[in-house]
Design a protein around this ligand. Structure first.
Ligand SMILES: Cc1cc2nc3c(=O)[nH]c(=O)nc-3n(C[C@H](O)[C@H](O)[C@H](O)COP(=O)(O)O)c2cc1C
Length: 229
């Protein structure tokens, strides 16, 4: 029998003492335009999430420096990082620009480190992805956001929203008009709430990896051996 075989304790999946606070959802969008449809869609999503019982915060990317163009102590960077740590789930909504996510959106993710000391700020958190298009419906950006979510070790839910010709979908007051795209956004937020409820409190176990446990055990025994020499 190989001692290195994974030692997986599935008991850790039994419901933890259920968290009594409202699920904390951080919403990011990808534009600094005054009338930004990715922001308006994000605000609409936040309204639905609050109706479903979440606490929500929308991060305003205006004033966030380009990645590495300022020290990480910059107040906008600190605000973003604090919100990421606070969140249990996230919504990412980027406009499509030249067939891909906007630089404004990507800059926010590039300011979020994979590790902060012993903490992995995004690991195991739930994620819903959305995009707005100026033209016909495309999935380029949500597909890229999924890859980015995987990279940040997040649990991206299956449903997603892509709003074509976004300039047609919002009224003067900035509210989304009734449509199948609106209904789809509600579906996505409902699904995010369900998955967040399932995952929170169990995320450390869910994304715990055999290879990393093995690596830390080896590291520990190396340190013990060095001390006993
Ligand atoms: C430089 C540039 C490139 C764009 N590329 C695309 C594109 O590839 N596909 C698309 O559907 N819309 C494209 N658009 C339209 C934007 O997605 C649309 O204006 C969107 O509403 C912008 O997001 P915002 O309203 O949140 O600022 C482009 C717009 C600009 C300015």
């Amino acid at each position: 029998m190989n001692d290195d075989l994974p030692n997986l304790d599935l008991e850790l999946l039994t419901p933890p003492n259920e968290s009594s606070h409202k699920p904390r959802i951080l919403l990011l969008y990808g534009s600094t335009r005054e009338r930004s449809f990715s922001r308006l869609l994000t605000e609409e999503a936040a309204r639905i999430l609050r109706l479903l019982g979440a606490e929500t915060v929308i991060f305003d990317p205006s004033g966030l420096p380009l990645p590495d163009a300022a020290p990480s102590e910059h107040p906008k960077v600190q605000q973003l990082r604090d919100l990421v740590l606070w969140s249990e789930g996230q919504v990412w909504c980027s406009p499509e620009r030249h067939g891909s996510m906007s630089a404004v959106f990507k800059a926010q993710i590039d300011w979020i480190p994979l590790t902060m000391g012993a903490v992995r700020p995004t690991q195991g958190k739930t994620l819903a992805v959305m995009q707005v298009c100026g033209g016909s419906q495309s999935f380029n950006t949500v597909n890229q956001l999924r890859v980015l979510g995987r990279w940040m070790r997040m649990l991206t839910i299956p449903n997603q929203s892509s709003v074509p010709k976004a300039f047609m979908e919002f009224d003067e007051a900035g509210r989304m008009k009734p449509s199948s795209y609106y209904d789809r956004m509600v579906d996505v937020m409902e699904e995010l709430m369900k998955f967040t409820q399932l995952v929170r409190g169990r995320e450390t176990f869910l994304v715990d990896r055999y290879s990393e446990r093995k690596e830390s055990a080896e590291e520990l025994s190396k340190r013990v051996n060095q001390r006993s020499i």
